[in-house]
Write a protein that binds this ligand. Structure first.
Ligand code: SF4
Length: 422
């Protein structure tokens, strides 16, 4: 059974009783006594009191077999869950952990005809997530009435759509000219577009409760106003003007995968010689800062969009690319990726390692760091498959890192970080 850390709210309440209980770890380790009671675990509850259903009966039978020193064998009704727990708690990377290397039909592990760089990034972050999303095509069903806050992905899509509509409209009027500043009228038009889009999201139940969606609109107004100023400064600094929006990237075969995608925006100098490929981001820039590292520009294989999107700038003499964080949350930072022939080869090797991992059937669940303060794991925060992953996913992964079948997934980060000879 996994040990859980108490929430910071509980730690705060406990500190009022005992001022030495300053962290979740200290509270977890304090023996139960007096004001601190510990309830039984979910399993403990199923083993006590009257039996309520047949599944509880089988569970108790399996537990009493083990307590009497005997094994739960393959003909026992609880054999499958017992086999799963044993496999997950062993050091072997098993079929219960996402090892499909012995799958009878390997063609099932082939990539689709064309794949997005984002789906390959998912594999580098967590193999099991890729398995669920891209191979099994599992999706969660959203219940709008259960939503209190706007989903960050829906907010991001809304901002992308609003900016695309804004730039296309201004472009039809021949704007912006080189070095031209945006005006108050431009800002009013942009905010009008955002308000209409947010109303539409509310109508479809995607914007959360009214009280929060009003706050959402205020934040969005502030973000868009700051973005227009940043955009004027960017164009003056680079001498380019917006040329294309949501442009399809020509399909290209890299490292055994056919890559496809759409780039948010392409800016060009008046003579067409200088091109900027821009991918807007509406979240935090925290996980992107390493893109500028000389030896790890793909951040262990988890940042593959820009090296794919630069294909859209073929023929230009000077190509630049950037993730542009266009909200206060991302502090309007600009994370640049400079494409070079050497980096292109490095990119091919990285994508090749991902394709090898997928074809080799290695799909481990990789949660990332545990957050003791808020609970949960870094990689799992926005993952739809949190409920179906093992609670002990971090410990289990550590146990299995030495398994050669799992090494196919782990190799991706090594190749991306240039820790493996080409
Ligand atoms: S919940 Fe976490 S470990 Fe499970 S698939 Fe998602 S990212 Fe991977």
């Amino acid at each position: 059974m996994r040990e859980y850390y108490p929430s910071h709210v509980m730690v705060e309440a406990a500190r009022r009783k005992d001022e030495e209980l300053t962290t979740a770890s200290k509270l977890r380790q304090r023996p139960a006594a007096g004001w601190l009671r510990r309830g039984p675990s979910p399993l403990g509850l199923q083993l006590a009191g009257p039996i309520v259903d047949v599944s509880e009966l089988r569970l108790r039978d399996a537990v009493s077999l083990r307590r009497s020193g005997r094994e739960v064998e393959a003909d026992h009704q609880r054999w499958l869950p017992v086999a799963m727990l044993r496999a997950r708690r062993s050091s072997r990377f098993s079929e219960w952990d996402g090892n499909l290397s012995t799958l009878a039909e390997p063609s099932w592990l082939e990539l689709q005809a064309a794949v997005s760089p984002t789906s390959l990034e998912h594999y580098a972050v967590c193999g099991f997530r890729y398995l669920c999303r891209s191979l099994l095509r599992l999706n969660t069903v959203e219940e709008p009435e259960e939503r209190e806050l706007m989903d960050p992905a829906a907010r991001g899509s809304l901002i992308h759509e609003v900016l695309e509509a804004f730039f296309k409209d201004r472009q039809r009027a021949g704007r912006p000219a080189l070095d031209e500043s945006w005006t108050e009228d431009d800002l009013a038009f942009l905010i009008g577009l955002a308000e209409r889009q947010l109303e539409e999201s509310k109508r479809r139940g995607l914007a959360g409760l009214d009280i929060y969606s009003e706050h959402e609109m205020r934040t969005m107004r502030a973000d868009l106003a700051a973005f227009l100023e940043a955009d004027t400064a960017f164009r003056r600094r680079t001498g380019v003007v917006p040329a294309d929006f949501e442009a399809a990237v020509p399909q290209v075969t890299i490292g055994g995968a056919v890559l496809r995608g759409f780039v948010d925006r392409i800016d060009k100098s008046p003579d067409g010689k200088i091109v900027w490929v821009i991918d807007y981001k509406t979240g935090s820039a925290k996980q992107f800062k390493d893109v500028t590292k000389e030896d790890d520009p793909f951040v262990g294989g988890t940042k593959l969009q820009l090296p794919t999107y630069v294909q859209a700038a073929q023929g230009a003499e000077e190509v630049h690319a950037a993730y542009w964080f266009i909200t206060h949350k991302g502090e309007f930072s600009f994370v640049e990726y400079e494409p070079t022939p050497e980096r292109q080869q490095h990119f091919e090797r990285t994508v090749g390692a991902i394709v090898d991992g997928v074809r080799g059937g290695a799909f481990p669940a990789v949660p990332g760091k545990e957050d003791e303060f808020y609970g949960g794991f870094d990689n799992c925060t926005y993952c739809d498959f949190d409920r179906i992953c093992s609670r002990r996913r971090d410990d289990e992964l550590l146990e299995k890192l030495g398994d050669p079948d799992l090494a196919r997934w782990a190799r991706v980060a090594k190749v991306a970080r240039q820790q493996e000879a080409p």
